[in-house]
Structures are given as structure tokens and as C-alpha cells.
Design a protein around this ligand. Sequence first.
Ligand code: ATP
Ligand code: MG
Length: 139
Amino acid sequence: MAGKLTFTMIKPDAFAEGNSGAILKIIEEAGFAVKAMKLTKLSPAKAGGFYAVHKERPFFNDLVNYMSSGPIVAIVLEKDNAVSDFRKLIGATNPAEAAEGTIRKLYAKSIEANAIHGSDSDENALIEASYFFSELERY
Ligand code: ATP
Ligand code: MG
């Protein structure tokens, strides 16, 4: 059965441009409830750990530099079918391929600076949430 939690980050480009409020409004209007949220800044090591699955990819170093270039907003969200519904809401990795109305279509600048993260499985949602929050059992 699909889980109820997913994890997201408003990435450095979107935060720096003042788009966090608009993005959060879209997320809440789509029926997601915020279960935990914080403003933080990733060290290169923490960004590299988060995206460790991509460490052999040619874009890995650029991705780590980008993700540690400024503050991000880390958020745990709850909704039925959370992972899959959230991936639909954010749209394709490359904003040029993202559907109309999706968060990346609206706010991403490039395939790298693409405004927002979304977990890709229930298992990863829990791993990623616990990378940022230790108090999840309270929610
Ligand atoms: P995310 O995991 O951040 O939600 P995603 O699941 O849509 O994104 P992944 O394949 O997991 O996409 O890639 C992780 C991130 O790495 C992307 O969101 C983007 O910032 C960056 N990235 C992915 N592909 C490329 C690429 N070809 N060139 C540059 N950066 C890329
Ligand atoms: Mg991914």
C-alpha cells in the first residue's frame, strides 16, 4: 500500500528568489499537510550524502555545489499516496519537459536548478526525512 509521507526540499535557487511561500501554497492547496519543516543550509558533505545515489554521474560535483550554495527548506509532507502525487505536482526533472502548472514548470530555471526535490519511493521518503528530522515519531 502506498505510504502517506514524502520528503521535499525547496532548493537554493527557489529559496533565494523568494518563491518558498508561493511553492508552499501550491503544496498545501494540493492537499499535503506539513508535518515538519525547517530552514537549513547543506554542507557539501551533507548534500553529497543526500544525493549519494548519483555520485558516479557526471553532474554530481555541480549538483553538490548547487545544493550547498544557499539555504534550503526541508519539509515532511503527509497525504494519501504522498510520493506519487507529489512527484506529479512537481513535474519532470527537466523543466523543459515538465507539465503545465507543475512547480518545476513554474519555478525551475534548468535541469540542475530545478526548484524542488521530491522523494522517489516510500522507503526513500523515510530515509530522507530522518536525514533532517529526528522527531518524526511525534507526528
Ligand atoms: P530530485 O531527486 O531532486 O527530486 P529527480 O528525482 O527529479 O530530482 P534525479 O535524477 O534524482 O531527479 O536527479 C537529482 C537532481 O540532480 C535533479 O533534481 C537535478 O537537480 C540534478 N540533475 C539531474 N540530472 C541532471 C543533469 N543531466 N544535469 C544536471 N543536473 C542534473
Ligand atoms: Mg531523485
